[in-house]
Design a protein around this ligand. Sequence first.
Ligand code: SF4
Length: 370
Amino acid sequence: MDLERHDFELDELVERIQAGDHKLVALQLPEGLKIQALEMIDSLESQTDAKLILAADPCYGACDLVHNKMQMMGVDLVAHMGHSQMNIDSGMPTQFIDVTYDGDPELSPILPQLHAHREMARVRMEQAQAGEVDLASEEGQQKFLDAVGRVAPLDGVKLGLVGSIQHLHLLSEFKKRLEDAGFEVEIPVGGDRLTFPGQVLGCNYSGDSPDIGHYLFLGSGDFHPIGLVLHTGKPLAMLDPYTGDASEMSLQRIERILRQRFGLIMASDGAQSFGILIGEKPGQMRRNLALRMKRMLEKHGKKGYLLALEHVGPELIDFYPVDAFVNTACPRIAIDDSVRYAKPLLTPFELEVVLGERKWEEGYQFDEIP
Ligand code: SF4
């Protein structure tokens, strides 16, 4: 990552520290930016009277805000960098610091994929509008199956333009460029967990609508793209502002993930006891969902043990004498990391399939935190 090209917007933090006469401030950064942490601490301590403490535990999102443990240390302000505010209260005064990257990739390399994806969406939509398809029939349903096996007719073929947080400043300019290239573009507005139009998180793609037929993601890596396709079932092109690379999320990749998920469901068939993981991080805590899973297991004559953890890892749970786990903390722990665990690690939807409460054939249901 080219750190020189990131803009760390620290001025507002300096003003807030001075205005509030804060004396002990916790600085929390995502993993990729921690290499800059000590330099930032030097800069902030030279401009203010505050002492800075680096919150050095891993941090992967605004779901993971420094909370009351640091209050006990006397911290009176948290500076959280690189993520935006969510619909959660960590119990600590928190200043969110934007980080933006100045990369501005060429649009032309991604246009062939966008044209192909729009055509795929158009075929699905036109069949629905022509009334040619009997959705009650198996053949009709086949025509509307999305990438995750749901029957999901479209109302439109708009291009949904989304990005990860450090590239969101590019969206309005890219919307114009894409419109000039002949696309009808929507920057989706999601629910309370998302702060900005076009923003996506690994656990929330709530801006999706039936008007959107396909997506362009501005960002790097496949973490958000995998989640977006698992959630929406729609074709997704990717443009990386760091490298300028244009690519798409392959449907074979999504199929592989779905096969793996189905394998874990099959492996849990007959399991009698489950560990139910509850995340202790403020934005991952889904106590009610965990309790619902426990009640559901009991209804089916099985045991569910509630396990609360701040961090989830194989070394912390593999040894419990249960047959499988269901995860209600960060949904991506089950989706992305399950091969690291010795026993099946399921999402709540997948447990419902194991117990016969939901049907796999009706399509995959991504575990979203609203
Ligand atoms: S995907 Fe996981 S780590 Fe990222 S914001 Fe959601 S809960 Fe947090």
